[in-house]
Design a protein around this ligand. Structure first.
Ligand code: HEM
Length: 138
């Protein structure tokens, strides 16, 4: 019971029918064959992603905690990724958080640049005025 089976993407892809239906959600493999008739969202949507990585489809719907708990009961193993497998797509929330941070850092550096250039120009201007004044008084 405690040992978790490792599936390759090819193994999972073979289970793509209603009677034999595996799904990958966040690198875990779930057997939905018995659950498919009970799915509140209908069997059609599950069949669309049968034998595939359904992480994005699952997250897009915004499934409840209850739905996530019922995933646990269907777990049959973990996915062993190999080079060339379709990459899991990042969740939209993660994307927004990253780009938000990157943007604000970019703006921060830009502001520093403007303040620095302003300071340098001010200093040069001050030096120039002083040299003018010295020339006049000489
Ligand atoms: C084995 C994986 C899945 C489980 C255990 C599961 C479970 C559930 C549960 C319990 C609900 C009821 C609402 C809730 O509690 O959030 C639900 C709704 C729904 N599910 Fe899934 N689901 C799975 C996979 C998927 C996938 C891959 C899709 C693909 C698009 C999907 C689409 C939907 C939709 C559209 C609803 C909304 C139904 C409505 O509100 O009328 N589900 N699911």
């Amino acid at each position: 019971m405690s040992d978790v089976k490792a599936f390759t993407f090819q193994d999972v892809a073979e289970h793509n029918t209603k009677k034999d239906c595996y799904l990958v959600v966040h690198d875990k493999v779930y057997d939905c064959s018995r659950f498919i008739d009970e799915h509140p969202g209908g069997e059609e949507v599950i069949l669309d992603v049968a034998g595939q990585d359904a992480s994005e489809a699952f997250e897009d719907v915004g499934h409840s905690d209850e739905a996530r708990e019922s995933l646990d009961e269907l777990l049959v193993g973990t996915l062993k990724r190999a080079p060339g497998d379709p990459a899991p797509k990042a969740t939209p929330a993660a994307k927004t958080a990253n780009s938000g941070n990157a943007d604000s850092t970019g703006l921060g550096i830009g502001l520093y640049g403007i303040v620095l250039i302003g300071g340098i120009l001010g200093y040069i201007g001050y030096q120039y005025l002083q040299s003018q004044q010295e020339q006049q008084s000489a």
